[in-house]
Write a protein that binds this ligand. Structure first.
Ligand code: SF4
Length: 219
C-alpha cells in the first residue's frame, strides 16, 4: 500500500483532457524523478507527508463534498507500491479516475474508467529524462493514456517534436502544456506551444490552477 500521502483536497482539475472538471485530489508522497521546474517539491521525500491508508484517504476526500473525478497525483504515483490497490478501491467511488505520472514505469492497471496523464520528460527537465520514455510502448498500448509534455524555453520545442516522432506517440493523444509556476511564465511559453499544436494537430493543455491561484498548495 502507498506509505504516505502529501495532501487531499477538492478543486478543479487544472491540466490535461479533463481541465476544468471539479475533482478530488489525492497527492501521494515520494518522487525521485527530480524535475528542475517541479512545483511540488514538498512531495519528493518518501518519508514526508502522513500515512493512513487508501480507505482513510478516500473517506477524507469524499467528506469534502461531491465531485465526478478523482485525480491521483504526486510526487510520482508509480513509485508508490500500493498504487494499484488505491486505484481499484477508488473506482468504486468515482465515475472517472485519473493518474498524473511521468510514465517512468508501465501502467499498473487498465480499466474503462481509469485514465492516465503521462508526462515523459524533455532533456532540459531532469537528468533522468530518458528513463521516463522507456515505457512509452506500454503507454501507447494503454488506450486511456494521454501524453502531456511540458514545454518551456528552447530547445524544449524542438526536443518535443523530435521525441514525439521518435517514439511514435499518436497525435490524437498528445497534449503540450506551457511550463511555468506563474501566469507570466506560462504566458511566455504559451505562444510557442500553441504554434506547435496548430502545426502538428496536437492539443494544448492549460494550467488553470496557476492562472487562478498561482503556485499554492491544496488548490
Ligand atoms: S515527476 Fe512530477 S513530482 Fe516528480 S519531480 Fe517531476 S514534476 Fe515533480
Amino acid at each position: 500500500m502507498p506509505d504516505h500521502i502529501s495532501e487531499v483536497f477538492l478543486s478543479l482539475q487544472g491540466e490535461g483532457p479533463s481541465a476544468g472538471t471539479p475533482a478530488h485530489f489525492i497527492r501521494l508522497q515520494g518522487c525521485t524523478v527530480g524535475c528542475d521546474w517541479c512545483d511540488t517539491r514538498y512531495a519528493w521525500p518518501e518519508d514526508g507527508g502522513r500515512d493512513g491508508g487508501p480507505a482513510a484517504w478516500i473517506a477524507e476526500a469524499l467528506a469534502l463534498g461531491a465531485a465526478p473525478l478523482l485525480v491521483v497525483t504526486g510526487g510520482e504515483p508509480l513509485e508508490s507500491g500500493g498504487l494499484r490497490d488505491l486505484l481499484e478501491r477508488s473506482l468504486d467511488h468515482w465515475a472517472r479516475v485519473e493518474v498524473e505520472t511521468s510514465g517512468i514505469a508501465p501502467p499498473p492497471l487498465s480499466h474503462p474508467r481509469l485514465f492516465y496523464n503521462v508526462s515523459p520528460k524533455l532533456p532540459s527537465a531532469t537528468r533522468r529524462w530518458e528513463e521516463t520514455w522507456r515505457a512509452a510502448p506500454a503507454w501507447i498500448a494503454e488506450p486511456n493514456a494521454t501524453f502531456k509534455l511540458v514545454v518551456g524555453d528552447a530547445p524544449d520545442d524542438a526536443d518535443a517534436v523530435r521525441l514525439i516522432a521518435a517514439h511514435r506517440l499518436p497525435a490524437a493523444r498528445v497534449m503540450l502544456m506551457p511550463e511555468g509556476v506563474s501566469d507570466e511564465r506560462v504566458r511566455a511559453h504559451a505562444a510557442t506551444v500553441a504554434a506547435l499544436c496548430r502545426a502538428h494537430g496536437w492539443r494544448m493543455s492549460p494550467r488553470l490552477h496557476v492562472w487562478l491561484w498561482g503556485a499554492r498548495r491544496g488548490v
